[in-house]
Design a protein around this ligand. Structure first.
Ligand code: NAD
Length: 513
């Protein structure tokens, strides 16, 4: 069987073969227990890393803090030039890194490439931004005074990321943090550590070529315990954490307890509203890609379809028909649509969700099930399933990180659909399919979707770099990537300068000596 060029890709990315020991980023802060990374694609051992001990972490912090002293003094556009070179290196490594993402995480090769493209896009965005980190000027109430604000680098930014976007989330944070003058310490998911090493190797080469300290980017490995080194550390002014709401609640408390800043990108429970004025063909494509892309393991995956009763059966049948055409298998084989789940625990959660929805009174429309046999040896391949359900079901209220789509019927006005859409704890992505301007505008109005992302005639998944990305409620409130998301990576300072020989006080307060 072909290995789809995985060996060559690993080699290009500087990952050691399984029999050659553990891989590290070139600034190695990992000397603890071995973490083996197995591919959900074929169950094979990809490579190994070591985890970061407390001592290793202290070294990383020291190295990062030292690097910050140089990096923060470099003019922002020059830092932008380094990020530009990083983007170039990513272009050179796009296929290899895309392949590794696909092999270690299990998403399709196309989506793996898409993830690397997102990294390239955020670099381009950050390069331009490096000349625009602007504050405002204000008019002082005192004569002969000037007042303005400026943004300064924060320091060491701690990044904790999830398995499902093993490379892009890191770059969304680092590309902005770097142009802002910060240095970063990254703890990738323990489920995708090899992607972390590959990324570190790429940025390390850029830094080396520019005679810059590698501490600008530090990689640490391990599970939540290693994450806690950072969340508890007062030397880390900002923690950017992407993952489950469960994790976010713990991290938020920890960081707030020391009055640090946190940027949280947590779970979603995303819905598409399908109104009587929807274009059914577009709806089917948007819903199916949204529900089965990355095997339903995107934070923006479509979990609920809220369909008007007048077109309910038509939409249900069209989506169910489309599911019949889905090919499930090795995600590196581009003829397949759906790859595996990340691991067997994820498979259990998927099976549990399908049992629960039936127990709660739901009805299966498209059968699920775990696949076995040729090509499915890893035990992580499942059939995307569809169930009719009600919005208040406990399982529907919960984010199941797997390809399970719930169909929910609404009647009457679009307001009723919006109420369902908003009637969950999460608030990440939402969409409406309609050609009716009034419905679309109501969905986007103050009384409309309560999510961080609200789309019209587009599905819930797949966001562009230029917009701020994130969600409300249990999604955590953070915003990353485009728009003014850069501001969280900097500290704001208000400056007032007196160029007279008098010292008038604000608010006209008199104080004579
Ligand atoms: P997870 O919460 O299990 O783990 C995420 C990361 O947090 C890992 O690196 C993990 O080691 C670390 N972690 C866990 N507990 C911690 C703690 N107490 N202290 C410090 N670090 C800790 O999530 P996952 O299974 O890897 O990812 C899936 C989840 O991520 C889904 O809920 C998905 O919606 C969410 N997600 C959200 C976004 C977004 O932008 N909103 C993007 C991707 C994924």
């Amino acid at each position: 069987a072909t290995n789809f060029g995985i060996k060559e890709a690993l080699n290009q990315l500087g990952i050691k073969a399984v029999n050659e020991g553990t891989s590290t980023g070139s600034n190695n802060f990992s000397n603890g227990d071995i973490i083996d990374s197995f591919s959900p694609v074929d169950g094979e051992l990809i490579a190994s890393v070591k985890s970061t001990t407390r001592e290793d972490y202290e070294m990383a912090m020291k190295t990062a803090t030292q690097a910050f002293k140089t990096w923060r003094l470099m003019p922002a556009p020059q830092r932008g030039e380094i990020v530009r070179q990083f983007g170039e290196k990513l272009r050179e490594n796009k296929e290899a890194l895309g392949k590794l993402v696909s092999y270690e995480m299990g998403k399709s090769y196309q989506e793996g490439l898409g993830e690397v493209q997102e990294m390239i896009d955020i670099c381009d965005f950050a390069v331009g931004l490096s000349r625009q980190l602007h504050g405002l000027t204000m008019h002082s109430e005192r004569p002969g005074h000037r007042m303005y604000e400026q943004y300064h680098p924060l320091g060491v930014v701690g990044i904790i990321s999830a398995f499902n976007f093993p490379v892009a989330v890191w770059s969304w944070n680092t590309a902005l943090a770097w142009i802002c003058g910060d240095v970063c310490i990254w703890k990738p998911s323990e489920k995708t550590p090899i992607c972390g090493v590959a990324c570190q190797n790429i940025i390390a080469e850029v830094l080396r070529e520019n005679n810059l300290p590698e501490g600008i980017s530090c990689l640490i490995n391990g599970d939540y315990k290693v994450g806690e080194f950072m969340t508890k550390d007062t030397r880390v002014p900002l923690i950017s954490a992407t993952g489950s709401t469960r994790m976010g609640k713990i991290v938020a408390k920890e960081v707030a307890g020391r009055l640090g800043k946190s940027l949280l990108e947590l779970g979603g429970n995303n819905a598409i509203i399908v109104t009587p004025d929807a274009d059914i063909k577009m709806t089917v494509i948007g819903a199916v890609f949204g529900a089965v892309g990355t095997a339903g393991q995107r934070c923006t995956s479509t979990r609920r379809l809220i369909i008007h009763e007048s077109i309910y059966d038509k939409v249900k049948n069209a989506v169910a028909d489309a599911y019949k055409q889905l090919r499930i298998g090795n995600p590196l084989d581009e003829t397949n649509h759906v790859g595996p789940l990340i691991d067997k625990d994820a498979v259990k959660m998927y099976e549990n969700a399908l049992e629960r929805v039936v127990e709660e009174g739901g009805k299966i429309v498209v059968d699920g099930g775990v696949l076995s046999g040729d090509g499915y040896e890893s035990g992580c391949y499942v059939k995307p399933a569809i169930a009719e359900a009600e919005n208040h079901f406990e399982i529907v209220q919960h984010e199941t990180f797997a390809p399970v789509l719930y169909l929910i019927k609404y009647s009457g006005d679009v307001e009723n659909a919006i109420e369902f859409q908003n009637g969950v704890a999460q608030g990440l992505s939402s969409a409406i399919m309609t050609n009716n301007l009034r419905e679309a505008e109501r969905f986007l109005s103050h009384a409309g979707s309560d999510c961080g992302i609200a789309n019209v005639n587009i599905g819930t998944s797949g966001a562009e770099i230029g917009g701020a990305f994130g969600g409300e409620k249990e999604t955590g409130g953070g915003r990353e990537s485009g728009s003014d998301a850069w501001k969280i990576y900097m500290r704001r300072q208000t400056n007032t300068i007196n160029y007279t020989t008098e010292l008038p006080l604000a608010q006209g307060i008199k104080f004579d000596l």
